[in-house]
Design a protein around this ligand. Structure first.
Ligand SMILES: [Zn+2]
Length: 489
């Protein structure tokens, strides 16, 4: 892919970054004009589109170019992400450098890598938040609560027994997509879908190296563990995701002992939650190279506290952020970012930087899943999994962290624009999308998939009406529109 990037490009990448830093120190806006096609003053709300008519000498090839403030692994730049087929093929800092023939969309927004969600239960996400009547000590207590049976299990079972789990899965994936998630964990495999977002359990990029277990740790047999260990040793399984120590009590903490006895305190093991673990246990995990997927909204709703992230980080543990599911967690990972941001302020004394919060939703989960060469960052050669959010006059990372549902302007998976502003979708040549009102704004979402014989022609209205025919009221895909209302704590 390096042939797609002219030799002069590194200088172009660096200049806007330097300019932004200088501007923050009080220099004039004129500094920003260096190689900067979209000065910040024009960036916030401007949505324009056109086709490039200028043919530069460089022979880069691209199908389209998305313009805006791009969050790159090494900083930010005002410029264009060039996309061809399924991949990012280049980055250019000016419109003149966009290859001839490429469709250009000036988003006026912040372009970030698609979010990577490593903890979800997607088929439950047609449900709205469940108001748990009390706090619990561990995950097995609320699962036995009659309130949970009525509010969560009954509607799920109604949909399941009607044979509509495909529709439930579809609805959950569309929710994720509309929040800028492009890769998700916790799906159920069905023939009714190719996946609207990428499913880590499935073959991705011709690989299948992730295993998971939602059942109690005590249900893992010695035989299961031995099989996993041999897969770890052979390199065929790179990540094993397991719910661990979800709660606040001794029985939750003892799950790490169970894991150790099975020989599974290893770098390939990813602990979902780890809420109950004490500093010594987190040190043990860190020394072994284990990872954590943190779901603070769900933790706070069910247990009134959350994982000791400061200690986990000081123990060297890689921590990803994920929304769990809609009944006790967040609408999607973009919503969960706001919960993490709030908890960082109220409980962690602002320990986490904006970059760390952002990385927890992008590059770190990609790395934990062994997919860091394909997703979680924007760079030439990476998959074109992208989300564009309104800048709203904020610093780029802040704009993503604070983005509300209506701020999501575009979600692209593997180069395909799947959701977004209808004008942008039209410019990108996307047809056959369903139009939906998202927090009062028109958006398009690609629901139908002609390549799927089982239900591929279903519209969003078809999906919703099937779920409603089972006596459930699907929680709107735009949630409550304001994240603070979705996850109160
Ligand atoms: Zn879970």
């Amino acid at each position: 892919m390096s042939r797609c990037v002219p030799a002069s490009k590194p200088a172009s990448f660096v200049l806007p970054v330097i300019a932004l830093v200088a501007a923050a120190c009080g220099s004039t806006e004129a500094t920003l004009t260096i190689d900067d096609p979209s000065a910040r003053d024009n960036a916030a709300e401007k949505l324009t589109s056109s086709t490039s008519s200028y043919c530069p000498a460089a022979q880069l090839r691209a199908t389209y170019a998305l313009g805006g403030t791009v969050i790159l692994p090494w900083g930010t730049m005002n410029g264009y992400v060039l996309v061809k087929d399924e991949s990012v093929v280049g980055l250019v800092a000016s419109r003149d450098a966009v290859p001839c023939g490429a469709t250009v969309v000036d988003t006026g927004g912040v372009i970030a890598p698609g979010l990577v969600d490593l903890h979800n239960h997607v088929a439950y996400n047609f449900m709205g938040p469940w108001a748990a009547p009390k706090l619990y000590n561990n995950r097995y207590q609320w699962a036995d609560d009659p309130s949970y049976a009525t509010a969560v299990k009954a509607p799920y079972n109604a949909v399941k027994s009607a044979g509509h789990l495909c529709q439930a899965q579809k609805y959950g994936e569309l929710r994720a997509l509309m929040g800028g998630t492009t890769t998700i964990q916790g799906s159920i495999g069905y023939t009714c879908q190719n996946g609207w977002v990428r499913n880590v359990e499935s073959y991705m990029f011709c690989r299948d190296h992730i295993r998971q277990n939602v059942l109690p740790v005590k249900s893992i047999t010695t035989t299961d563990a031995q099989k996993l260990i041999s897969q770890f040793d052979a390199g065929t399984t790179k990540a094993y995701l397991v719910h661990l120590a979800e709660g606040i009590d001794d029985s939750s903490r003892a799950e790490l002992d169970t894991l150790r006895n099975l020989g599974l305190v290893r770098k390939e093991v990813v602990a979902i939650h780890a809420t109950a673990l004490n500093p010594a246990q987190l040190q043990e995990m860190g020394a072994a190279g284990m990872k954590i997927v943190w779901s603070p909204a769900s933790n706070m709703a069910l247990y009134g506290t959350t994982t000791d992230i400061p200690t986990a980080l000081s123990a060297g543990i890689k921590v990803a952020l994920a929304p769990d599911w809609t009944p006790s967690g967040s609408n999607h990972l973009l919503s969960e970012l706001k919960v993490a941001d709030r908890i960082n302020k109220t409980r962690f004394n602002n320990l986490l930087s904006d970059q760390q919060l952002f990385d927890m939703a992008t590059s770190i989960p990609a790395e934990i899943a062994g997919l860091q060469d394909k997703v979680g960052r924007i760079a030439p050669g990476m998959a074109a999994d992208l989300v564009v959010v309104r800048a709203n006059g904020k610093a780029p990372l802040r704009a993503v962290i604070e983005a509300e549902q209506a701020d999501v302007l575009l979600t692209v998976v593997g180069g395909q624009a799947m959701y977004g502003d209808t004008t942008m979708l039209g410019t990108l040549g996307v047809t056959g999308f369903d139009t939906v009102a998202v927090c009062g704004q028109p958006r398009g979402v690609l629901v139908r998939d002609a390549t799927v014989t089982n239900g591929g022609t279903e519209t969003l209205a078809d999906v919703t009406s099937k779920l409603m025919s089972d006596g459930v009221t699907p929680w709107p895909l735009d949630g409550n529109c304001v994240s603070a209302q979705q996850s109160p704590q």
